[in-house]
Design a binder for this molecule. Structure first.
Ligand code: GTP
Ligand code: MG
Length: 475
């Protein structure tokens, strides 16, 4: 145990040295973490950000660009040889194809290095040449942060909590019944473990499809190459008195510990602990559309995820970070192009309220935080239409629903978000079944076909402000 800790600490400090000393002349590196729950918009965000940093015609709010100090931007081979590269070209290809489409789901960590050449400022302006700064962008699933709380938990604690939480969710009752019927003091047999893990994973999938985001262990939903390994084949079982050796219960406990040590810990050690700036993307509109239960679940999940940015509360993480912290965190409500800009302020207010607790705590831990409504890739245009004697602020785009309307152009009114976010968060917290004030609809739009002028990146909403907040101060 102690040996493991020491080894980790050493690796970390060596890494931080290589981080800042990529060249003999210390070219600075900013590690920007991009996270969010599944389908929050991470891939689109990174793709559009990179495209808009390479061609900066639509980035007037990035101060260094407005001041003409960015001389060049280019992609570089990334420094971490074993980390998958973010597949920028393929994702951009999808978004800018003749018939554009959204990129495929990506569910593992990946990274890309973008380097900027900048004109020096201040005292050095006249005497020194251009300086370089490297932006290492790291894409990782927010679900992985949920696993942090497993680290300080025993199998018994995790299992009890999980069984209680999922009991009322879709698919949950079936699993809980199965787990309670299991005689887990019996000798371990792989087929039982497999059946329980499969049923539990099924319950997680059903919960997620119903809009619940708090589904641990984070790797069960998309296990990738580790699928079927023992560390991913366990499930929560009710506590039993003095579980015998070699029993099913004991083996489940052992696998839970293996999951923590061999899957969760390396991620936090190798990736999370090195992040300087972080953007957390949140599909708040999607949750509002799904209803109060999904909204409340999102709020709780965000608080849980964001616990990772307040390491004081977690012994495992404090030890790993040793005082290092994320300097800035941006909470961005994505896909704001589903709303007319008249409603963007309201979406931002909802976002602020939704992440309130988490932001207060992150700030307390020393990070600067911000909240914003953005669209990494604008798929709509605005349109006002007369309706029942008044003008409705709509957005117009190409539909992407599987209901026969696919490919059609349509104007769409999503409903009016309340000015006071409490009107959504209150009922959500109180367990309301549906919104009282109205229905909030969401359409799926295809990305718009693009004709970009030279020097222009893809259209977006406030991506330049997001970039300025996240790393503008370092340029
Ligand atoms: N209208 C609009 N839709 C968006 C935007 N960004 C993302 N989307 C939608 O959200 C979906 C998910 O976006 P991704 O960027 O793939 O999300 P992700 O977080 O990388 O998803 P996973 O890789 O599955 O975790 C897309 O397929 C689009 O339908 C945006 O800026 N505008
Ligand atoms: Mg992705």
């Amino acid at each position: 145990m102690v040996i493991g800790t020491i080894a980790d600490t050493i690796t970390r400090s060596v890494e931080s040295v290589t981080d800042t000393l990529t060249s003999p002349f210390t070219e600075p590196v900013i590690r920007l973490g991009v996270t969010g729950l599944a389908r929050a918009g991470k891939t689109v965000f990174i793709t559009s950000l990179v495209a808009n940093l390479l061609d900066r015609g639509r980035m007037p709010q990035l101060v260094a660009e407005a001041e003409g100090r960015i001389l060049a931007a280019y992609l570089q081979p990334q420094p971490d040889d074993t980390m998958p590269r973010f597949d920028y070209e393929t994702h951009l290809g999808a978004l800018t194809a003749h018939v554009p489409h959204w990129p495929d789901s990506t569910r593992a960590v990946s990274q890309l290095r973008l380097s900027l050449k900048l004109r020096p400022t201040g005292l050095l302006a006249g005497v020194s040449g251009a300086r370089n700064i490297h932006l290492d962008i790291v894409d990782y699933p927010g679900e992985w942060l949920l696993d942090l709380r497993l680290m300080d938990k025993s199998y018994t604690e995790w299992a009890e909590e999980t069984l209680a939480r999922i009991a009322t969710r879709p698919g949950g009752a079936d699993y809980v019944a199965m787990a309670r019927a299991e005689d887990s003091a019996r000798r371990f047999e792989e087929p039982r473990a497999k059946a329980l893990a499969a049923q539990y994973t099924e319950a997680l999938h059903m919960a997620r499809n119903a809009g619940f985001s708090d589904c641990t262990p984070g790797r069960f939903l998309l296990p990738g190459e580790k699928e079927g390994s023992p560390a991913l084949t366990f499930a929560p079982l009710p506590r039993i008195d003095q579980p015998p050796r070699q029993s099913l219960w004991r083996e489940m406990e052992r696998r839970f510990e293996a999951y923590k040590a061999q899957i969760v810990k390396p991620f936090f050690r190798d990736h999370f602990s090195r992040i300087d700036r972080q953007v957390v993307l949140v599909d708040a509109l999607g949750a509002i559309h799904s209803g109060p239960a999904a909204m409340e679940d999102l709020r709780r999940t965000m608080a849980e995820i964001l616990g990772a940015f307040r390491p004081g509360g977690n012994a495992f993480l404090s030890q790993l970070l040793r005082g290092r912290r994320v300097e800035k965190i941006l909470f961005a409500a994505t896909k704001a192009d589903h709303l007319h800009h008249a409603q963007h302020g309201r979406l931002t207010a909802i976002m602020e309220a939704l992440t309130r607790d988490a932001r207060d705590r992150a700030r307390f831990a020393g990070a600067e935080t911000g909240a914003m409504a953005i669209a990494a890739l604008r798929a709509t245009v605005e349109q006002s239409l007369p309706h029942n004697g008044r003008q409705l602020d709509c957005v117009r785009g190409t539909l992407l629903q599987d209901d026969g309307t696919r490919g059609r152009e349509a104007a769409f009114y999503p409903g009016e978000l309340p000015e006071d976010p409490g009107r959504l968060l209150g009922p959500a917290r109180d367990g309301a079944e549906r919104w009282l004030d109205g229905d909030y609809a969401i359409m799926r739009f295809a990305p718009a076909a693009l004709t970009l002028k030279p020097g222009e990146g893809p259209p977006h909403i406030r991506l330049d402000r997001a970039a300025q907040f996240l790393f503008g101060d370092r340029l």
